[in-house]
Design a binder for this molecule. Structure first.
Ligand SMILES: *Cc1c(COP(=O)(O)O)cnc(C)c1O
Length: 402
């Protein structure tokens, strides 16, 4: 018997839940793309995106997804044979590194286990050993969406500076943008990558790269650059269409305007706090479930966990059974687990809870309650009191936000 009527809930790590306000802003006729409202609105969207990123430089936008931001960043800064240091802790970091290799870039990979970040000292040691220096950039992922591992970006900057190395720091913040703090200029990040469909609560279709002035000397020498991907006209357009090398993503701009209004009405610090609070509610629930049986968070240390997505390991077959039951019988779609390599073996019994963007306690507690019911229904061993633990955390205003 399914009880899944009412509004379905998508608890996956992107696309996230789109607010009605964003959808309404997009539900309109095509605008004038030469002058007037759209042009002014675009300027305001770029300005406010930079505020979310803590950027003192430029915004570059593509009609594309996160992979477009990956390729754009590599092609605008590098040439065939250039070396980069890729810090990976899951499938997304590995995916970006693999794309770089396919472009002919010489990738040195510093692989973490997917549950523990690479130590900054290892990064510093590799850079200190690169005396020529050959490494042009360090590629890092703030939240690897497959493992839900969170990398300390400031520690990476300190490692680069500690080695006295000129490498630039590029950060994939696609999962964490507008969910977790990003202070790009203060933290010394040279490029930050984002996309519309995660913390920005807008349908997939817009890729973003935030760049600082520290990047232009690399850009000047990058022979992988091509006219369509080129940052120069997109960041400094003489004519409006040059921002997009063609037609603007008109309706995404309307949607992003509404999403940014929502973020700033709430206050960006409050948005970050809300995500931290929801994450801790999930962690408390998981601690209770994990007290008996086979459900565990992949990342054991709270300080290394994402605030936007949580990856959970299960006994064989349970992740799939639970996802199927929750979707069919309750209308909650949980995130598919992406198999993870640890170097030694492969972890493939996983599911994920996406908790990014347009989310409130009823949505989150509903998801946790449906998982709890699923565990009971399917006879999956688990500890009691998960919802009690989550609601206590909520009732304390998430004082224990670790
Ligand atoms: C979602 C995601 C991507 C890929 O984005 P697509 O839009 O699917 O191309 C890359 N990196 C991270 C960290 C992500 O969360």
């Amino acid at each position: 018997m399914t009880l899944a009527r009412g509004r379905d809930h998508l608890a996956i790590p992107g696309p996230s839940v789109f607010p009605d306000r964003v959808l309404r802003a997009m539900h309109r006729a095509a605008p004038n793309i030469y002058e007037g409202e759209l042009i002014e609105l675009t300027e305001s969207v770029y300005r406010d995106l930079n505020r979310v990123a803590g950027n003192d430089g430029s915004v570059v936008m593509y009609l594309g997804n996160g992979h477009a931001a990956w390729e754009a960043t590599l092609c605008n800064t590098l040439s065939r044979g250039d070396r980069v240091l890729a810090i990976t802790g899951g499938r997304f970091g590995q995916g970006w590194a693999a794309m770089a290799r396919e472009l002919g870039i010489d990738v040195e990979e510093l692989a973490a286990e997917p549950w523990r970040p690479v130590e900054a000292a290892r990064v510093e040691a590799v850079l200190a050993g690169d005396s020529e220096p050959r490494i042009k950039a360090v590629l890092a992922v703030q939240t690897d969406t497959s493992s839900s591992l969170r990398q300390d970006i400031r520690a990476l900057r300190r490692a680069i500076d500690g080695a006295g190395h000129p490498a630039r720091l590029f950060v994939d913040a696609i999962a964490s943008f507008a969910c977790e703090p990003m202070h790009m200029a203060d933290w010394g990040v040279d490029a930050v990558l984002a996309a519309s469909q995660k913390g920005l609560m807008t349908p997939p279709g817009v890729a973003l790269v935030f760049i600082r002035d520290t990047i232009w000397d690399l850009h000047a020498r990058a022979s992988l650059n091509t006219p369509y991907w080129d940052w120069r006209p997109r960041a400094n357009p003489e004519l409006y269409y040059e921002r997009f090398c063609g037609t603007a993503p008109t309706h995404h701009l309307f949607g992003l305007r509404a999403a940014l209004d929502m973020l700033f009405e709430e206050g960006i610090e409050a948005v970050w706090h809300r995500h931290a609070c929801f994450a801790t509610m999930i962690w408390h629930a998981l601690d209770a479930w994990a007290s008996v049986g086979g459900l565990h968070m992949l990342v054991p240390e709270a300080e290394h966990r994402s605030r936007a997505v949580t990856t959970i390991t299960t006994a064989e077959g349970d992740a799939r059974r639970l996802r199927d039951w929750c979707e069919r019988d309750t209308g909650v779609t949980l995130g598919l687990g992406l198999p993870l390599d640890t170097g030694k073996d492969r972890v493939s019994e996983l599911f994920r809870i996406g908790h990014m963007g347009h989310l409130n306690p009823p949505m989150l507690l509903g998801t946790l309650a449906c998982i709890d019911a699923g565990l009971k229904r399917l006879g999956i061993p688990h500890g009691d009191g998960a919802l009690d633990a989550a609601t206590r955390q909520l009732a304390s205003s998430c004082r224990d936000d670790r």
